[in-house]
Design a protein. Structure first.
Length: 106
């Protein structure tokens, strides 16, 4: 199984913390090649496997480099829906980070 290095870094960070969280929430962009199943499979092979994991998918958003219009691309869209220009930068959808943890109430 191919491991996601960003998830590995998050897991290592969580394991270094005192105590374990009650739950973990990740923010993962739609453009990230790893699907939820792959993320959950990697998570399940760690000492944190019993901790509930929530994955929030962040939609892809692009910004046209000509007119600066922001839009959500459909499939492999290359033309700006506002001006028809080619060339955009991705401004959201490539994230992969620890969004939050919920601590155990003891």
């Amino acid at each position: 199984m191919e491991k996601n290095p960003r998830l590995s870094a998050i897991i290592e960070h969580l394991l270094r913390q005192p105590g374990q969280p009650a739950s973990v929430k990740l923010a993962v962009g739609e453009a990230v090649a790893f699907g939820d199943e792959q993320i959950r499979a990697q998570w399940s092979q760690t000492p944190l496997a019993q901790i509930p994991l929530t994955i929030r998918r962040v939609p892809v958003e692009q910004q046209c480099m000509a007119c600066f219009g922001k839009y959500r691309p459909t499939r492999a869209e290359v033309l700006c829906p506002y001006c028809g220009s080619v060339g955009a930068k991705i401004i959201a959808g490539e994230e992969f980070y620890l969004e939050s943890t919920e601590e155990k109430n003891e």
